[in-house]
Design a binder for this molecule. Structure first.
Ligand SMILES: [Zn+2]
Length: 239
């Protein structure tokens, strides 16, 4: 695997919530490089321990850091192209830890190409879903990671129509598996400068391709095509 994906990230621009040197995002970059080029079981284990010991996740505290979002595509590359199966397995385990941990207070959101202030867990989950073919081919643990990612569902609105009773019907694309409605969601509207509003998805039907039709109660802000909905619960995940 090429290390260009690690070098392409501006690690020093990522916040370090604890300001502790062991949580420095540059240290995450270094550990990812070490993991990618590791040849012995000890080297792989040491690199994975560095990532699990702070900066990426702190497995001891069950905490995930903002740098985990930038590290996720690199770890997914390692699952796909890692030189050894133990590197692939270590990358998979770290991704699972990242999804199952909670971010520190005030650091539970990241900006992504698809929207600003996205819950960290949902941003990581979306990257993971994007590599579903690779993960499905990676046996039971790959499928478990996909199942965990599916809990961080997302709806992208394509069209809306206001109904006579004041509710809004929308055609949307669903990724993941929401809880049965009514479901509380946070609404992000392009150009994603406003704070997300909390809304209630009152009805949802979707087919296996993700084509969905949803019903929302009157919303506080105007929903435009490209607006996205995430589980409200994800936006409240904090340590
Ligand atoms: Zn989430």
């Amino acid at each position: 695997m090429s290390l260009d994906a690690v070098d392409a990230v501006n690690w020093s621009a990522i916040p370090n919530p604890t300001a502790h040197p062991s949580d420095d995002p540059e240290r995450v970059a270094d550990a990812l490089r070490r993991l990618a080029v590791s040849t012995t079981a000890n080297e792989t284990g040491d690199a994975a321990s560095l990532l699990a010991g702070g900066g990426f996740v702190c497995s001891h505290a069950g905490m995930v850091f903002p740098a985990a979002y930038a590290a996720t595509p690199v770890l997914l590359d390692l699952v796909e192209h890692g030189r050894r199966s133990r590197i692939k397995d270590a990358a998979l385990g770290l991704l699972f830890d990242a999804l199952c941990s909670l971010p520190p207070v005030g650091h539970n959101r990241v900006d992504t190409p698809h929207g600003a202030d996205v819950p960290l867990c949902c941003a990581i989950a979306r990257c993971i879903r994007g590599r579903h073919a690779v993960l499905r081919a990676h046996g039971r643990f790959g499928r478990q990671l996909l199942a965990e990612a599916a809990l961080h569902w997302q709806l992208t609105i394509e069209e809306t129509e206001l109904q006579p009773d004041g509710t809004l019907t929308a055609i949307a694309v669903l990724e993941g598996t929401p809880l049965p409605p009514p479901t509380e969601a946070e609404l992000h509207v392009p150009p994603f400068v406003q704070r997300a509003a909390t809304v209630c998805v009152e009805a949802l039907t979707a087919d296996s391709s993700g084509a969905a039709c949803i019903q929302l109660r009157q919303t506080p802000i105007r929903i435009t095509p490209g607006s996205t909905l995430y589980a409200a619960e994800c936006g409240r995940r904090e340590h």
